[in-house]
Design a protein around this ligand. Structure first.
Ligand SMILES: C[S@@+](CC[C@H](N)C(=O)[O-])C[C@H]1O[C@@H](n2cnc3c(N)ncnc32)[C@H](O)[C@@H]1O
Length: 371
């Protein structure tokens, strides 16, 4: 319906401008008997003492007006729901080769000694990191269930290794993952615990698929060991920000992009020691804390903490470190004042201003035509 209305409005505007163009040419034609001789734009322009370029400038003006009308209409349409345009297109953060890798390991999530052992033991650091930072944002909490009343989105939840402890702390958690088999494993595991079964909901989908329906829904979004697997990190962070309530928290754990992370994270862990299956990581997708911070800040999130994490492959345990050159955790807060700008208004204002400037630079043309 909207498309039909927009098309009609555009056609009407198009017709209006072509009428103006036609009538000005007709006016010139009408002057022909007075001026004498055959009608030709160049002859007319010389006879009327107008440079021939005036005609082409006039056409350019008309063309710009068409484009402006079209651009304005287009923007008005797209800014009705800003995230609909951004995320309901074919753009995705999901890399199909990553899906294949995680699909092959989907049955191994809950094997504490298996390929996901480092993620099991990472809970010793990340669960208290998330809990304590969330508790800073509330005045009071229930002992035993400190996160009760909070809504958390666990993006890229895999088999639910982090989702479950967050649910046990009392939060209502939605875990999403683009790999269907991961979600089946997670569902199956939580079904053993009736309390978790109620508190946790799992969905097999990408974040961009639910961004519209869950806009400003969550007190916290967690993306643990996920951003190094996504396509289009900027879009992924934009979506995380979009689903957070104003004042909400984003938690990310990931791997830095350093020579050390290449040597230890890929060569040693994957190719020599076999701690992680070969091909799990792509160094190019790793992100430095500085780059991540700049993406977070440009999306209206203020970074509160960045802390290094070190894994000891011999003991199988993690510890906090000042050194962020391998793994690190980040906590950022969405501004509590954030509001969507009124882009359609801005766009129209901007383009009216553009037209005003162009009109004033082309005022010579108007003057000439008037004469
Ligand atoms: C290393 S695992 C981490 C799983 C879980 N967060 C944890 O720490 O236990 C990475 C997960 O991210 C998921 N993933 C990959 N690309 C994703 C994307 N674009 N959006 C959301 N999740 C994604 C994978 O399917 C996989 O389950």
């Amino acid at each position: 319906m909207l498309n039909v209305l927009l098309c009609r409005a555009f056609c009407l505007q198009l017709e209006r401008w072509s009428c103006i163009l036609r009538s000005s040419e007709d006016n010139l034609k009408n002057l022909q008997p007075l001026l004498g001789g055959a009608y030709s734009k160049n002859q007319l322009s010389w006879t009327l003492q107008i440079k021939p370029s005036v005609f082409s400038e006039y056409r350019i003006m008309c063309f710009k007006s068409y484009s402006m009308t079209f651009a304005c209409l287009n923007r008005m349409k797209s800014y009705r729901l800003p995230w609909t345009r951004l995320y309901s297109t074919s753009r995705t953060t999901v890399d199909s080769s990553e899906v294949k890798t995680f699909l092959a390991l989907a049955h191994r999530w809950w094997d504490e000694q298996g390929v996901y052992a480092p993620l099991h033991s990472m809970n010793d650091l990340r669960v208290p990191f998330i809990r304590d930072n969330l508790l800073k944002t509330v005045a009071d909490h229930q002992p035993g269930k400190p996160l009760s009343g909070m809504k958390i989105l666990d993006v890229g939840c895999g088999g639910g290794l982090l989702t479950e402890p967050l649910g046990r702390l009392g939060a209502s958690v939605i875990g999403i993952d683009p790999v269907d088999e991961n979600i089946k494993t997670a569902q199956h595991h939580k079904s053993f615990d009736p309390v978790l079964d109620k508190r946790i909901e799992y969905r097999a989908c990408s974040l961009e698929k639910i961004v519209e329906e869950t806009a400003e829904t969550f007190d916290a979004v967690v993306a643990s060991e996920v951003v190094e697997h996504v396509l289009d990190l900027e879009m992924f962070i934009q979506c995380c920000c979009q689903v957070l309530k104003p004042g909400g928290s984003l938690f990310i754990t990931t791997i830095n992009k350093t020579q050390l992370s290449y040597a230890l994270g890929i060569v040693f862990s994957e190719q020599i020691a076999g701690i992680v299956p070969k091909g799990t990581h792509t160094w190019e997708k790793f992100v430095s804390p500085e780059k991540l911070e700049s993406i977070l800040e440009s999306n209206g999130l203020s970074v509160q903490t960045v802390a290094g994490m070190l894994y000891n492959p011999f003991s199988g345990y993690w510890r906090w470190s000042e050194n962020t050159s391998l793994n690190y955790a980040a906590h950022a807060l969405k501004s509590s004042m954030q509001k969507h700008p009124a882009p359609a208004e801005f766009a129209l204002k901007e383009e009216t201003e553009e037209l005003r400037i162009e009109t004033s630079t082309n005022s010579g043309v108007h003057e000439a035509l008037k004469k």
